[in-house]
Design a protein around this ligand. Structure first.
Ligand SMILES: [Zn+2]
Length: 360
């Protein structure tokens, strides 16, 4: 089961009822964070309080986060990180934390030669590159200032081919990163559960007269003695685009492997030119990408704060990909091992189901 709590759906600055980027993924093995815009630790804690108040057995606890994946170094995606680390420390965290992000080899070389400095415009290195920011954060509170160890892990995008890279992780999932197109080193992350054996039909085995011990033996044997298992349950995956134009060559290779695509949708049709020149996508761009990769559901996020409401972006996307939804802050997207996708929205005291998609 993968469950993504989307805790920020605005682009460069917060808007009414929308914070900047950040999502909390409950995955097998422990929770992960994708992007960390300003105020993220408060958003996660507030969401957790709400979950507790409705009696949910699911939680979003900052203390449990095992790793953080930053899509790129623009501040609306990462400026909540240092305060979040500070909060973790105040909460007496002792367990190690991994922080991943993209960079370039040029930026890595630059930091080695100019530690603690900011690159000038003619240096050829983007001042927002995460190699620069990691260097600063380590100095200003990230290195030795906390009671827990941090692994700062940078992935040079120049070394990542079309097939992306697999990121080793302590969770029971696979994590892949793909280079996106945003004018600064940037990555999309895909989180996939492993393929599982089919469900064992205990009822059918009992009806056939097997005793409980024999049923237990058969149920624990992946070779499927007795033939009581259903079909193998496929890997399930959710891909989070970060900021990007629609021109991501890696994405076209992912045909039919993605259940949910969470894609940025900063602009609408009327701002197509702006989308291309600022390294962003329109809702239609996002839906075109979702169709190309045969994603079963498209969830739009990262809306320009100029939009008071975003239903027209949803409509523009749906003209290309019928299962397209504009996200709101607090939305929950879940994919279970049988392939059922649910998009749910917070109501006062419960989740409201927006859409359920069964495996066809
Ligand atoms: Zn950006």
């Amino acid at each position: 089961m993968l469950t993504l709590h989307v805790l920020g759906t605005s682009s460069a600055k917060p808007a009414k009822d929308r914070s900047v980027s950040g999502s909390f993924l409950n995955a097998p093995g422990g929770p992960l964070l994708i992007d960390c815009g300003e105020g993220m630790q408060q958003r996660i804690a507030g969401h957790d309080r709400w979950l507790r108040s409705i009696g949910s057995n699911e939680r979003t606890r900052i203390s449990k986060i095992r790793a953080i994946f930053l899509t790129h170094g623009h501040l609306d995606h990462c400026w909540g990180l240092l305060p979040m680390l500070h909060s973790m420390d105040k909460d007496s965290r002792t367990s190690r934390l991994e922080i991943h992000g993209p960079t370039s080899n040029a930026a890595l070389d630059w930091v080695k030669e100019n530690p603690g400095d900011i690159p000038s415009e003619d240096s050829g290195v983007h001042p927002g590159d995460l190699a620069i920011q990691f260097d600063w954060w380590k100095k200003h509170g990230g290195n030795g200032a906390f009671n827990f160890e941090i692994d700062w892990i940078l992935h040079p995008v120049d070394e990542i081919g079309l097939e992306g890279i697999m990121i080793p992780n302590q969770n029971e999932i696979e994590i892949h990163a793909y280079v996106t197109d945003h004018g600064i080193p940037s990555l999309a992350y895909c989180f996939s559960t492993p393929e599982l054996p089919g469900r064992f039909d205990t009822k059918a085995a009992r009806l056939d007269g097997h005793d409980e011990e024999m049923i237990r033996t058969m149920a624990s044997d992946a070779q499927n003695p007795g033939g009581y298992r259903g079909p193998i349950r496929s890997s399930r995956s959710i891909l989070i685009s970060g900021d990007t134009t629609r021109n991501v060559p890696s994405f076209s290779r992912l045909n039919s492997q993605i259940d949910v695509l969470v894609h940025e949708s900063t602009f609408d049709d009327s701002l197509e030119k702006e989308a291309a020149s600022y390294g962003h996508s329109t809702a239609r761009d996002a839906a075109t990408v979702a169709s190309q990769m045969n994603a079963r559901m498209l969830c739009l996020t990262h809306f320009s704060s100029r939009f008071q409401e975003v239903s027209h972006l949803e409509e523009e996307a749906r003209s290309v990909h019928s299962n397209s939804y504009a996200l709101e802050d607090g939305d929950r997207i879940s994919i279970d091992s049988d392939g059922t996708i649910r998009l749910e929205r917070k109501q006062s005291e419960s989740w409201h189901l927006i859409r359920e998609v069964q495996e066809s």
